[in-house]
Structures are given as C-alpha cells and as structure tokens.
Design a protein around this ligand. Structure first.
Ligand code: BGC
Length: 570
C-alpha cells in the first residue's frame, strides 16, 4: 500500500478514535459489573515465543463419514439416530476431508503458526483395533494435512481422541466402561492407536494431546448419556469411564516416553476443561474449591500431582458411600503401581476454558438418586450482569480465566499451560453473524486476562488457541451455534468459507503478540474496551452522561470498518 493511502487510513482511524471516545463518554451503562482495577486493559506483549493457534476436531469438520474403509464412530451412530438438533449430522460438516488446503490457507492468511486438530480413531482403524485392519486412505489423509501445514510453516498439534470412539469398541468392550482393572483391554487398544500415530506422524508432529476434555466423555457420554455413546448411569458411569481414560492416557504417555521421545523429541499432554467456580458469598469459598476439584482436579490431580484423586473427592465420596449404605465408594481406587504410572504424565497442561459459574454450598443433604452433580454438594448459578453467548451454558466472564490459570499454577506445581480452546458462540440466525463484534470483544477481553496471568501473575502460559477456525458441527446443537472465526455456508454444497470480522481482529492480535503500548491496534482496543465490557468510561471514571443503546449501532457501523482499516495499514 502507498504511503498516501495508508496515511489517509490512519487519519480516518484517528478521526474514528476520537469519535468513539466521545460516544463512549455519553453512553448509559448497560451493566454495573465492571471493576476498575480487575478489568482494566493491560498493555504489553506476550513472551516472544508465545504460541497463537486455532483448533478444530475431526467429527466437527471432516465429513466423509464413510469414505474408504472408515468405520462408524459413536457420534455417527448418535447423529444417525436423529438425536441432534434439527437432525443435523457430521456426514459432510465442513468437508475438510476434501477442503483441508483451504483451511490451511485461512490459517496462513491469519498469520497462525500452529493448528490444533484431532485424528479420527475409526478413520485409522475402522474397528478401533489394529489387528482388524488399517484404513490406508485415512492414514494418507492425515499425512497430506500434516504436510500441507508444514509446507505453510504451521506446526501441527494433534489430539488423539476428541470424542469419536469407534462404535465397534463400544459394542465389543463397553468402550471406556471396560472393566477397570490392570488388564483392561481399552487401555491397550488406546496405547496401540497412540503408538501407530507416533510411528506414522511423529517425525513431523511434536505436540500430542491424548484426550480432549475427558470430563465430557465421562459425564455426558457415560454418566448422563446425552452425548455419545449415550450410556446412562449417573451414579457411577462417569467415575468408571474417567478411571479408564486416565489409565489410557498414562499408557499412551509412557509409550511415547519409552519408544519415541528420544528420536522424535516431542511433547505429550492432555487437554482438560474447567469452568471457573467463584464463591457467591465468602461463606461459599470451600464449596467453590470443591467444585473446581471435582471438575478439574478429578483428572488433573492424578496426572499432574500424585497419581490419585483429590483428597476432597475421596473423602466426600467415602462419606456418601456410608450414607448410601455401600461397602465401597462409587469413586474407584488406583492401585499403588497405577498411581506411580499416572503421576507426572503431562509435559504440558492443556486447558479448555469458556465460562465461569457462581457456586453456593449445598452440603450435605443425603440424596436418593445420587449423581456426579449432586455428589459435589454445591449449587451453581450466574450473576445477573454476566452477558451470555448463544450456547445456553456460555456466560462471558473474562476474569475467570485468569483465576483459573492462577489456580493451576499454585495447585499443580507451576506447569507450562497451553490454552487449547477458548471462544464464543453466536446463533446461526444472528443478523450480525459476519460482523461478529461480540466475538471480537470476547477474544479481546479473554486474551487480555491471559496476558495478565502471564505477565503479572507469572503463570507459565505458553499458548492461546481460538475455538474455532471454522463454524462447525456443535455436537447436540448441530449447526445452530457458530463458534468460527470463519463462516461456513452449510447450505452450499461446496461449503464455502468466509472470514468473519473476528478473524481480522485475531490476525491483528497475533501480529501484535498482545497489546503493545502505543500501537494503532492497542489504541483501537482502548477505545473498544468499555463497550466490550458492557459499560462506559463515564461509569468507570465518574463522568455523568446521557444517551442510550447507540453502542451496538456504533459497533456495527464503525468499530469493524475501523479495525479492518488498521489491518490494511499494519
Ligand atoms: C469442545 C469442542 C466444542 C466446544 C464448544 C469444547 O468443549 O472441545 O469440541 O465445540 O467446547 O462447545
């Protein structure tokens, strides 16, 4: 771009900045939740080697559900039973099986140097077992994807299991409910699958994530049973499944350690999800801690601490066993050898985080039909001024991620943390779907909190990953909720992708590596800050002021064009 053109954009930018400032002084506060100290914008940058990434998962984007010899997964089964909203399925999804070069081009365009995706187990081993045969076309597909990434200077981060268990393993062995003893077959089968992936892709893949959010598989898949494989046993199913998943993870970790690490030099971790639990009143502090221990600690304590479940989980479940007249706890026990083999099996701590809940103490009424939710002895809710996204569970509470990162640092010995997912959904029919200001705000506020954790609290946070690169199959919600930086037209057989405004914002964020003092990007962010926090500078800094809901109009008409102008200058 010529100097004159960029100068005039700059002038436009300055003019718009002033305009924004004036507007922000006169808008009436929408919410009173802004805390001047806690929520202030931090200027500065992330460490130089900080990893910016975006993520997807096989079933959510690949489609090609039955090409070549791919076997069905438990999600194919569930979707084909019509259990998803609008009877949607992942049969075609974003068709990334065929369109992956376009996906890589989008990442390249955004300046991303990392991509987190998952491999579909039944696309590699159709039945889940290597001895029954390998689907060579599936193996080749991931080779092509990985090569395309490397050629474009993008590092692959590969998740081995993002919920799409081969249906045959569920039918033959009960999946992750397979008898939880030393000899359980599912651990070995997961180990074989992991070994095969290390063997075939480990020359190019240096970041491995064994499981994505085992909490979801355990509780929604084997406890409540609304997610695949739809096993409903809410008193015990989740504890047995989690037990097996932790042991399977440890197996895959040791296989890498023993057979591949020396030659390949990569890292292996697991990705855990957790909503931050904040006490509703000071009296609820223990309850909030218990909530986080039952959520995150369930998996993190064994893996990152001492090979065993958190103390509070064990004592709570032991008391419940007594109350329920059981001779053993519903929470299984690890043997001493298992504890040894589980402890320390994470080279990094993968974290998926989206939201926060307010926790109240609900101890200790005996429950007739106990389940994981009642076992925690807590109640959960949300503060009235927390804004909401399209997904019913997603409340926007940026400071929650900083608290959670601090908790992980303190509780698990200061590990290296990779934020492997964070993002916000819109309704499919939202008129502002391309001008997704709310998503820009979400990324702006949450990444700034991550930077506070990194630069102010010395948390070793090494990566931030946006969920998601593309709108995709949002599990039981089908295509009705969109998390993408890129819009995908699911009515178009060619599944055309279109960059949303948030992808332009994210590109700028990556290029600036945060919010450097004095940059045009940071000035833009400064002017958007109060709007994004649903409040006004007037409220925060004590001016008194006039008007209205003008803020949302202004966001549509000015904030996005201005950001695009900045992106042209930079
Ligand atoms: C999952 C993704 C999902 C996202 C939004 C995470 O729990 O890993 O697969 O799409 O949240 O719901």
């Amino acid at each position: 771009m010529s100097a004159t053109a960029s100068d005039s954009i700059m002038e436009t930018g300055t003019f718009v900045n002033c305009f924004l400032l004036v507007i922000s002084l006169v808008i009436i506060p929408v919410n009173g939740g802004y805390d001047k100290e806690r929520d202030a914008l931090l200027k500065g940058t992330f460490p130089q080697d900080f990893i910016w990434s975006s993520a997807t998962a096989a079933y959510q984007i690949e489609g090609a559900w039955n090409v070549s010899d791919k076997g069905p997964s438990v999600w194919d089964t569930l979707a084909h039973q019509g259990r998803v909203y609008n009877q949607d399925t992942g049969d075609v999804a974003c068709d990334s099986y065929h369109k992956y070069p376009e996906d890589v081009a989008l990442m390249k365009q955004m300046g991303l140097k990392y991509y987190r995706f998952s491999i579909s187990w039944p696309r590699i081993f159709p039945t889940g077992e290597q001895q029954d045969g390998v689907n060579q076309d599936g193996v080749d597909y991931y080779n092509r994807l990985i090569d395309e990434l490397i050629v474009n200077d993008i590092q692959p981060m590969v998740t081995l299991f993002h919920w799409d268990l081969p249906q045959v393993l569920q039918d033959r062995y009960g999946g992750f409910l397979n008898n939880h003893t030393n000899t359980t077959v599912i651990h070995d089968l997961f180990g074989d699958y992991a070994r095969f992936l290390y063997q075939n892709y480990g020359d190019r893949v240096k970041y491995w994530i064994t499981f994505n959010e085992p909490w979801i598989t355990a509780w929604l898949g084997y406890g409540i049973g609304n997610f695949a494989p739809q096993h409903n046993e809410p008193a015990e199913g989740q504890y047995k499944a989690a037990h097996n998943i932790i042991l399977s993870h440890a197996k895959a970790y040791h296989i890498y350690d023993d057979e591949f690490r020396a030659a390949q030099g990569g890292q292996v971790g697991i990705t855990l999800n957790c909503d931050w639990g904040t006490p509703k009143t000071p009296a609820d502090a223990d309850a909030a801690l218990r909530y986080v221990q039952f959520f995150l600690g369930w998996f993190a304590h064994p893996i990152y601490k001492n090979g065993d479940y958190p103390e509070v989980m064990k004592t709570t479940m032991a008391r419940k066993a007594q109350e329920e007249g059981r001779t053993t706890s519903r929470l299984p026990e690890f043997t001493p050898e298992q504890k040894l083999s589980i402890s320390g099996t994470g080279d990094f701590f993968g974290l998926n985080h989206y939201t926060t809940v307010e926790v109240t103490d609900a101890c200790c009424t005996p429950i007739e039909n106990p389940n994981y939710d009642t076992d925690k002895d807590v109640g959960t809710g949300h503060a009235p001024d927390w804004p909401r996204a399209a997904s019913s569970w997603l409340y926007v509470v940026p400071w929650g991620i900083r608290n959670l990162l601090g908790f992980i640092k303190e509780e698990y010995g200061d590990p290296e943390i990779y934020v492997t997912e964070n993002g916000r959904s819109d309704h499919d029919q939202d008129p502002a779907i391309m001008m997704d200001m709310e998503r820009i705000c979400y990324y702006m506020m949450y990444t700034n909190e991550v930077m506070k954790a990194s630069n102010m609290d010395n948390v070793k946070v090494k990566a931030y990953t946006a969920w998601s690169l593309l709108d995709n199959f949002e599990w039981l919600s089908g295509y009705s909720e969109r998390f993408g930086l890129h819009y995908v037209d699911f009515n178009d057989p060619t599944r055309t992708r279109y960059p949303k405004a948030s992808s332009v914002f994210f590109k700028q964020l990556v290029r600036n590596n945060g919010y450097p003092e004095g940059s045009e990007f940071t000035k833009y962010v400064e002017n958007m800050w109060y709007f994004c926090h649903n409040t006004t500078e007037a409220e925060v800094n004590g001016y008194t002021g006039g008007a209205s809901q003008i803020s949302s109009l202004f966001s549509l008409f000015l904030a996005i064009p201005m950001m695009i102008a900045y992106s042209l200058i930079a």
